[in-house]
Write a protein that binds this ligand. Structure first.
Ligand code: S3P
Length: 466
């Protein structure tokens, strides 16, 4: 393998060599969760919604394509890259056209939110399906409460996509979530908009609340109390304008890289810091990370901040209970950070990791142990004994975007580098990830003290080959 970059042109395998520090500032891509919601709630609204900074990624393109299939007009259409802003002409709550095959691609959020809307549209018929990974992700968790509301929804083998929805009138329910899931909560709330009578969702532990924030902004009659949210049907939705903040789940790769790669200083600008998403910051800080958060002014409803991270010695911690949903997508990265810490880290109460784009307990444990880490899988999480670093090795992303990017960060922080198979999965949420990483990595000069203290195999070059 040469020490030269050989291209970023769609190679599926990429090698990330040990790097110099990461320095500079970064505005991560727009928030995936909020982008999905802007497209769906914008399509449900009566009238236009102006959306700025919508995420241009495989997942969110699936959602825009889906709402266009339902009849919502997107102007200008995102043909060659996402426009900086566009307008969605909503079809109104009862306006979606029937469509026989809505393709959600890899987007679990689309698969679980959209049926909430469609189930209550009388006379409509929709079938939804996606890629091989989507076909292994449970949708009985939404089918069950929707059926309780009176929905006619068929899932495959009682549990999986493809699904068929025959729209019919729905009744409001009170539903206690058996798993902490913002997607299930959101699905029920969207169904509640068109139901007869109020709908209440009771959450044992708080999950991300972007749906509640956006529905309130759109004029829905939504009452939020600790541990429960009630939606009274009635008002028409009018969203006007949504400015999507940067995604803390994408920023998280650089929060961890900046914490573990010596000499780094990364400034992350205009990052969404909704308190239901900032578990990664709280947990890293508890481990000893040096992270500053300065609030910035931005869109109403969703707070944003400038975040600065510098390396600092980390110690192990325990992550469990109510903290899990606040960092659910960042738990693999926290496991990586734990390898660089001293002492034991336990992640528990996180069985949900098995139902993500891959089984993120099995895949993370397999990857990190392959990199030389002392890590074991638990029934509901993992246990890591940190030793201050990792050797490196190979990992297959299994088509899971967050595992692909985890491999990249592991590689630059490792002793020998990491080769990631199926690196292109990163495009699901962060198509420009490799470019951003390359831009921040400072080349190690051969005459610099950093280079002198580096091992002979070290290089700041990220090498790609397919
Ligand atoms: C999401 C909720 C979470 C998260 C997913 C996005 C959302 O899933 O893991 O990436 O946008 O509502 P669950 O609701 O299944 O926990």
């Amino acid at each position: 393998m040469s020490g030269h970059e050989v291209g970023l042109d769609g190679g599926e395998r990429a090698t990330f060599r040990p790097s110099g520090p990461l320095r500079g500032s970064l505005t991560p891509p727009a928030d995936k969760s909020i982008s999905h919601r802007a497209a769906i709630i914008g399509a449900m609204a009566d009238g236009p919604t102006r959306v700025t900074n919508f995420l241009d990624s495989d997942d969110t393109r699936s959602t825009l394509a889906a709402v266009a299939r339902l009849g919502a007009m997107v102007n200008p259409e995102p043909l060659n890259g996402m426009p900086d802003e566009f307008v969605i002409e909503g079809v109104g709550p009862t306006g979606p056209r029937s469509f026989d095959r809505i393709d959600v691609g890899n987007a679990g959020t689309l698969m679980r939110l959209l049926p909430g809307w469609l189930a209550g549209v009388e006379g409509g018929l929709w079938r939804m399906d996606g890629d091989a990974s989507i076909r292994q992700r449970p949708v009985d968790r939404i089918a069950r409460p929707l059926a309780e509301m009176g929905a006619q929804i068929e899932v495959t083998d009682g549990r999986f996509p493809p699904i068929r929805i025959d729209g019919t009138s729905l009744e409001g329910i009170a539903y206690e979530l058996p798993v902490a899931s913002a997607q299930v909560k959101s699905c029920i709330l969207l169904a509640g908009l068109g139901a007869n009578g109020p709908t209440t969702v009771i959450e044992p532990v708080a999950t991300r609340d972007h749906t509640e924030v956006m529905l309130a902004a759109a004029g829905a009659d939504i009452v939020r109390e600790p541990g429960r949210v009630t939606l009274n049907p009635g008002p028409t939705l009018s969203l006007d304008e949504v400015e999507v903040p940067s995604d803390i789940s994408s920023a998280a790769f650089f929060l961890v890289a900046g914490s573990i790669v010596k000499g780094s200083e990364v400034v992350i600008d205009r990052c969404g810091v909704n308190p239901t998403r900032t578990g990664i910051i709280d947990i890293l800080r508890r481990m000893g990370a040096d992270i500053e958060v300065e609030p910035q002014t931005g869109a109403e409803g969703e707070p944003i901040a400038r975040i600065t991270v510098r390396p600092s010695p980390l110690t192990g911690t325990r992550v469990d209970g109510a903290e899990i949903p606040l960092a659910i997508d960042e738990l693999p990265l926290l496991a990586l950070a734990a390898c660089f810490a001293s002492g034991e880290t336990v992640i528990a109460d996180a069985e949900e990791l098995k139902a993500k784009e891959s089984d993120r307990i099995a895949v993370v444990v397999d990857a990190l142990s392959g990199f030389g880490a002392e890590i074991e899988a638990l029934e509901d999480g993992m246990r890591i004994i940190g030793s201050g670093g990792i050797r490196g090795g190979d990992v297959d992303s299994h088509g899971d975007h967050r595992i692909a990017m985890l491999g990249a960060i592991a590689g630059i922080a490792s002793e020998q580098g990491v080769t990631v198979e199926n690196m292109d999965a990163a495009a699901v949420s962060y198509p420009a990830f490799q470019q951003d990483l390359k831009r921040l990595v400072v080349p190690v000069q051969s005459d610099s003290p950093l280079a002198a203290s580096s091992s002979p195999t070290q290089s700041s070059i990220i090498c790609h080959f397919s």
